[in-house]
Each structure stands twice: as C-alpha cells, then as structure tokens.
Design a protein. Structure first.
Lengths: 359, 400
C-alpha cells in the first residue's frame, strides 16, 4: 500500500509533498517509540471508528485521496465508503449534513481541508452546532468534531494561513482544542470524538510530519486526555510561557536557549483553548509572577488578550510585570518567504519578550 | 413522475397586465349540478377531519399570536403562517413520529402539525419555562426531540443541510448499522427567498448524490419580506416567470409544482414523494404555490403587496375550500365541522391561559444547556470544575 501511495502522491502533485510523506512512512515504521502527529491522528480516528459504529468521517478528499494531508490514510479501505465519505466542494452543505446527522444521533467527524475553508460553513458551526443545545433547552445535542489544519503553513499566503483559535473560542457551546505533539493529538482527538458537545479541533499542517516519543499508555486504544486541562511541558521559576499548537515547540526551544543564560521558563501547553484551564495558569503565575503568551494569530482580541485579561483580573497582585503577548503581525499573511517569517513569531521573538518582561 | 409533473394548477399573476389563469379547485364538478355525481373523495373522513382540525388549529393559533403580540405578551420577531396551512397540514400530517421536520423562522405551525402541543408552543412564545424549549429558543427556534422537530432556523437556507443530515442518519442506520426497517424521511420547509441561497443548491446536489430520503418543500408565497420573487429570481431560459420546481431535475430529482392552497393536492404530491423516499429512490423537490395573509412578520407594515393580490388569495383560503369539499363529499357534517372548530378554540384559549399562568425561567437557567457535558465550562481558579462551584448556575450575566 505504501509504495502505491507514493505513486499516487507523485501523480497528484502539490498537496502530497513527497519528502514529508517519506518522513511519515519512516515515522510509521518505528511506531513503537516514536510516532508522527499524522499517524497519531490517523490511529485515533481508526480506533474510534472501530469502537463506535455511529462515528463516521466526511470531508473533501478524505476517502479515495487518502486525505488531503493523509490524515485519513487507509480508513476508506478499512471502513468503506459509507463511513468515510468523500464530499463535493460544498462546505456549508456537508457541514450542515454532519450537524443534522449529529442532532439525529450519529457522531460525525467533519474534516475541513483547512480551517480557512470552514468560513464557508461557519453558519452551520456556530448557529446550528454551537447554539442548538441551548435553543432546544438541552433536548437536541450535537456530538460532532470539526477538525482540520489551522494557522500558517509554508508559503500558502493570505487566504490559507489564518489562525481561527480566537474566533471559535469566543463562542459559547463550542469546545476548542489545539494539540501540539502526538500524545496531544491522540488523546485530545479521542476525547473529542467521545465528547457529547461540538468540538473545534485545530491541527497544524507543519506539525503533521513531526515525530514525538509515545509510550504504551499513549498507544492504548482507550487513551484520552481531559478536555479543559493544560499541560506543564517544562517547569521553571522565572517566567511562564503560555502557548498552543506549533508555538509550544518554539517556546520549548526558547526555554532551552534561555536556560543556558540562567533564565528558567515554565512552558504551558494549553491543549484546550476553550475552556481555558485557569487553575494551571494561576498556579504558574503564583510561582513565576511573569507571563508571556505566544500565538500565531493576530493580536487584537486574540487568545493572549483573553489570558492577559484573566491574569490581571484574577492575579493582579501576583504580577511583577504586565503580561506580554507575542503574536503574529497584524497583516494578512504575505507570500514572500522572508516576509512570511517576519509575520510569524520566531524563537528570537519569544526570547526578546522574555527578556523584556524580566526587565 | 409524469403525473407529478403535470399536477399544476392555479397560477399566480402577481403583476398587473399578466393573464390570470383560472384556479382549478380541488373537486370542481365536471358538469353542472344536475348531471353526473362528483368524483369519489380523495381521502377518508378521518383523514379529512384530521386535516381540517390541523389547518384550523394552525390558523387560530397564529391569529391568537397576533393578538398576544400586540398585547405585549409576545415579543421579538414573530412570523405568522396564516394562509399557508394547506402545506403544513398536507405534508406533515402524513408523516410518522420518527420522521423529521426542519423549518425556518416561520415554524409555529410546522411544530403544531408535527404534534408539539399548543400549550408548549404558546408558552415558548411567551418566554416561559414550560415552553417546548423552556423559553430559551423563542418563536424562531422551535425544537422538539420527542416529535423530531429539528428547528426553527433564523438564517434561511441553514436548516436545509441540517434536514439532509437527519435524512442521512436514516440511510446510515440502514446501510451501516444494519437496521433494515430504517426508512424514516425528513421534510425541510422553506420559502421562495431561500431558493436563491447557496446552501439550497449545495443541498439539492448532495441530496441527489447521496440519494437521501429528504423532501424539499418550497412554500412559495411570492414574497421575501418586501422582495418579490419575480424581482429576485432569474428565469430558466425560455420561461416567462421563475419556476423553482424546475431546479429539481437539473440536479437529478423530480420537481413538482402544486397548488399550495389546496390541502388535498398537497397531500397527494407529498404522499408520492414520501413513498419514493422510503423506497430508497431519493429526494424530491416540491414547489407549493401559497400565500401568507399577513406580513412577513408582525413588525412588517406590508405595504408593497397589492390589495388585489391579497384578495385573490383570500378567495382561495384553504380552510373554506376543504370545508366545502368535506360537505360535498359527505366526509363530515356541519355539526362535526363545528365541533372541530370549537375544539380548536378551546385548545387555543387553554394554551394562552397555560402560557400566561406559567412561570418565567429562573435566573439560574441562564447558564444551563450550553454544554451537554458541563465540564465544558472549564476549570476554575481553585482547580475544581466551574459547574461544581456552589451557586454556579445562579450567576448573573457577567460570568468570567
């Protein structure tokens, strides 16, 4: 199957970046100790499809193409076209179908090729999925997962690079998750599929090919992570770095670099954007008294804005400095590679912010 | 299919100067009264009485809503269905309890026809906690899990894909979960204005592609607020007026035009469509020509529709039409009809009394039913889940 896939990849061209696919294959081959985020998501979907026959997947290219980013690779062959459905390019239509089927008792996993395209379906996500349990006073629930890659990739320009974490996390009725590594990907996706509420699952295309160590517990078919709990990736006492998705990796790199200079950062991986884990954030601020938030999205009304507001409301006396936000530049994403790099937070930006907050 | 495509009577002539095509009533005698007897009735007495009761209930309920609105008992956006009862009764009364109905904001009567009690709908409109959605939905968002009413959507067009989803579920149960008897259908109701919304076209495509047991019911009342259908919708090449039903075959499903002021014709057409869907033959698009006697909503001054047009449609009121039919065919006596009308009056009065006397929702209800899993509200500062905090759901609107 894998050589055949490579052939298909070459035939279909752009979306299937062959070097990454090769890396994925390598990652897959040594699945005992390392697993790519792609395989983590794939295995989570596989296990949940096997566990509950009300779970099904729909979206563009999820079936015969094996997934635009190969997240659903092999699932059509295993579960058939009734459970892994290729849709036409009709976001509002297929999202509505998924939502309606969830109202009627099924458990859809609705894939958006990227979260940018979900803007064509945002009416169904918010007005139908998020609000119906409330409008029906608890009678009609929506156990759906909306998933897909979010945020910037590489050189895909303004209409393919937006981060939607802030928008969706402001809506009551939605749960918003953002995995960073393979453990997050498996545990959060399985939890999302088993959750009775609509979940917005924000993946990241750059992270798909990255491999992370996984242990037997993570590989267990009933492994889930709790929704609403952040993870302290690295402990430290001088400053708290709060982030989600790809930026967690950048924070860890910045923390590594800074530790050589004697500055020890506590790195928090939010995992859930909504609801935010206030307890973990507060416990950390009480330790370090300084915080820097890091996100790819735009500054105004971003995730960092919310965290900053919360920290000054709930822990004003604990703060030795204002909460600083490292965000993407307030521009639509430019195409030129150097401008794109300048529009997104880099490890150096995080280091600079930490030094600023330390005074 | 041939029969369905020809089922076509009663033409709108909304613009002056156009030729008015005579309306064919439900069962016009073929010759004068002295000649051959009228044709055999299309329905049994039970069905006729059920349809009559349902239409009168719809009418009286909506008229009562108007009264209550102007007395301040009801508020916000209220869109009444008066005049269109033949479509709701004609289609919904032949559905089963496990069939689904999806509608737009003009949904009170769809909910009533499907079986939601008048008490619950009225209480919902009054914003009381005994309403079908405990006062949390309102006029435009009628939901009932028991009667499979999936809303109630304010954005026209957004309900149709949801309806397709319920139909998808029915097919999935049979094809994947192995429930061989799963053949429930879904009917989505929407208007002429919706037929220019993108989601309508996406839905036609997908319903045909996936062969979903779904019936598209267009209640073409010629007006979308103040926008005439003739000004808003382009015409198929060669046609003088726009026809929505013709869009069905363009996507691979039958399109049927029916006189939506004639409940028995609507029922006949709906029956064929529902049976097709149950047999697994896929969706149907029904365009019912109908008219709303009142404005778009109770806030609409309704100044753009001409008096002549309104009078023309008032003359085709579906309720007296059915009454006449029942009497002529011996399906009901005057006394029986009066009894039905009295029953409706009683039910509607009772629903108002019930709604009036019902309590408003408590403050604490504000935060209920946002999530099926209340842990969705997150973990609070002290590490416990917020919903576990004492007094959580008695919070005020300022919750951080």
């Amino acid at each position: 199957m894998l050589p055949g896939l490579l052939q298909q990849a070459r035939k279909h061209g752009v979306l299937c970046r062959v070097p990454r696919l090769t890396a994925a294959i390598r990652g897959f081959a040594s699945a005992q100790s390392e697993m790519t985020v792609r395989d983590a998501l794939n295995s989570a979907l596989d296990e949940e499809l096997a566990r509950d026959d009300k779970v099904y997947i729909l979206g563009e290219e999820v079936g015969e193409y094996q997934g635009a980013y190969k997240i659903t690779r092999g699932l059509l062959q295993k579960y058939g076209a009734d459970r892994v459905k290729d849709t036409p390019i009709t976001e509002a239509g297929f999202t509505g179908i998924a939502v309606g089927s969830a109202f009627a008792g099924l458990k859809p996993v609705c894939e958006f090729m990227t979260w940018n395209f979900a803007m064509q379906a945002i009416d169904q996500i918010i007005n139908s999925a998020a609000k119906t349990l409330y409008m029906s006073a608890g009678k009609i629930s929506c156990p759906i997962v909306f998933r897909g890659p979010n945020g910037a990739a590489a050189g895909v320009a303004a209409q393919h690079s937006q981060c939607f974490a802030a928008w969706y996390s402001s809506v009551p009725g939605l749960k918003v998750l953002a995995p960073y590594d393979s453990e997050d990907a498996r545990g959060l996706l399985k939890a999302a599929i088993r959750d009775p509420d609509p979940v917005v699952f924000l993946e990241n295309e750059i992270m798909y090919g990255q491999a992370f160590p996984v242990n037997a517990q993570v590989l267990d078919k009933d492994f889930t992570l709790p929704i609403g709990k952040a993870k302290v990736m690295r402990e430290g006492k001088h400053v708290t770095l709060v982030s989600f998705s790809k930026m967690v990796g950048y924070c860890l790199k910045a923390a590594d670099h800074l530790s050589k200079e004697g500055v020890h950062c506590e790195v928090i991986n939010l995992r859930t954007i909504k609801p935010l884990d206030k307890a973990t954030l507060l416990a950390s601020i009480k330790k370090t008294h300084k915080m820097v938030t890091v996100e790819e999205g735009w500054p105004q009304c971003g995730v960092g804005s919310e965290i900053s507001a919360l920290m000054q409301e709930l822990a004003f006396d604990e703060l030795d400095a204002p909460v600083l936000r490292v965000t993407g530049a307030e521009v639509p994403m430019p195409y030129a590679a150097n401008l794109e790099a300048a529009a997104l937070p880099q490890v150096d930006d995080i280091i600079k912010a930490v030094k600023k907050v330390l005074g | 299919m041939q029969t369905m495509l020809k089922q076509h009577s009663g033409f709108r002539a909304a613009q002056p100067g156009r030729q008015v095509v005579k309306v064919r009533a439900v069962a016009a005698p073929l010759k004068t009264a002295t000649s051959a007897p009228a044709k055999a009735p299309l329905v049994t007495p039970e069905v006729a009485k059920d349809l009559y009761y349902d239409m009168v209930l719809g009418r009286e309920f909506e008229e009562m809503c108007a009264q209550m609105y102007y007395r301040g008992k009801m508020f916000g956006f209220v869109h009444l269905y008066s005049g269109q009862e033949a479509v709701s009764s004609g289609v919904i009364r032949l559905l089963r309890p496990d069939d689904h109905v999806v509608s737009t904001y003009r949904d009170h009567v769809h909910a009533l026809s499907k079986g939601v009690s008048a008490r619950e709908v009225m209480a919902e409109l009054f914003g009381k906690k005994t309403g079908c959605c405990r006062g949390q939905g309102g006029s435009m968002h009628m939901f009932s899990a028991k009667h499979n009413v999936l809303g109630g959507y304010a954005f026209i067009g957004e309900g149709i894909p949801v309806g397709l989803g319920a139909a998808f579920q029915s097919k999935y149960r049979r094809d994947v979960l192995g429930e061989e008897t799963s053949d429930s259908v879904t009917c989505s109701f929407f208007g002429d204005g919706t037929c220019n919304v993108g989601q309508f076209y996406e839905s036609l495509n997908m319903a045909a592609l996936y062969k979903l047991p779904h019936i598209f019911v267009v209640e073409n009342n010629l007006w979308a607020i103040g926008m005439s259908h003739l000004r808003a919708t382009s015409r198929t090449s060669g046609d003088e007026t726009p026809y929505i039903y013709k869009k069905g075959p363009a996507f691979g499903m039958p399109g049927v035009l029916v006189d939506g002021m004639d409940v028995l014709k609507v029922r006949q057409v709906a029956q064929e469509a529902v049976e097709r869907a149950r047999r697994g033959e896929g969706p149907t698009l029904i365009e019912a020509e109908t008219y709303r006697f009142r404005g778009h909503s109770l806030a609409d001054p309704d100044e753009l529709r001409s008096k002549e047009e309104k009078a023309r449609y008032q003359a085709r009121d579906p309720i007296p039409q059915l009454k006449k039919y029942m009497l002529e065919h011996g399906l009901a006596t005057e006394a029986e009809i009066k009894a039905l009308e009295d029953k409706v009056a009683e039910v509607v009065e009772d629903s108002v009394k019930f709604a009036d006397e019902s309590p408003k929702p408590e403050r604490g209800q504000l935060l209920e039913n946002v999530f099926a899993d209340p842990r969705g509200f997150g973990i609070s500062e002290d590490g416990r889940y917020r919903y576990q905090q004492p007094g959580f759901s008695s919070g005020t609107a300022i919750v951080s």
